[in-house]
Ligand binder design. Structure first.
Ligand SMILES: [Zn+2]
Ligand SMILES: [Zn+2]
Length: 172
């Protein structure tokens, strides 16, 4: 039996044991025992900070090879948790970059998008999903001079006509 199979077996036994002894476990969880456990758990955490950090960082990777089924479930919940924050993060990024269309001043977030001042959006779009979570997070982390906010109208007009009608009006 390989190491991985052994670990998996152990986990299964552990789950089974917990299930079979659930009443006993429940009875042993007195308030005093809980308080005691809290103290020892805290002490252990404090003295194993580095170890915990390392363990957590590699958790997803390990799970992927050791238990693909469980990894799938883990990945789905982690992703759901992350994407639940999407509207909030997007709004924060919009506010951080001026909160309105740099051309016409439109400020309805649903009409707004991030625009690369010098073009080159395609390259970035290939690397990370444009407007995706990682992109928004990176915008918040470091303020970028080459990114501005445009509304969809002003953005598309630039693509179609090379210039936004708003700009032409200003030049008249
Ligand atoms: Zn606009
Ligand atoms: Zn415009």
């Amino acid at each position: 039996m390989s190491e991985e199979e052994k670990k998996k077996k152990l986990r299964e036994y552990n789950t089974l044991w917990k299930y079979e002894n659930r009443e006993r476990i429940k009875a042993s969880r007195t308030p005093e025992a809980k308080a005691r456990h809290k103290v020892t758990a805290k002490l252990w955490k404090e003295s194993n900070k580095e170890h915990i950090k390392e363990y957590n960082a590699g958790y997803g990777k390990r799970l992927r090879t050791e238990d693909p089924e469980r990894y799938k479930r883990y990945y789905t919940t982690q992703n759901a948790k992350r994407y639940a924050r999407y509207p909030e993060v997007r709004l924060a990024a919009i506010v951080a970059y001026g909160g309105e269309c740099a051309c016409c001043g439109e400020d309805e977030p649903k009409f707004l998008a991030f625009d690369h001042k010098n073009g080159g959006g395609n390259k970035e779009r290939k690397k990370a999903s444009y407007g995706g979570m990682s992109f928004l997070e990176s915008l918040l982390k470091t303020k970028r001079e080459d990114i501005r906010i445009l509304c969809h109208n002003c953005n598309l007009a630039r693509g179609f006509y090379g210039q936004c009608p708003h700009e032409l009006k200003d030049n008249e």
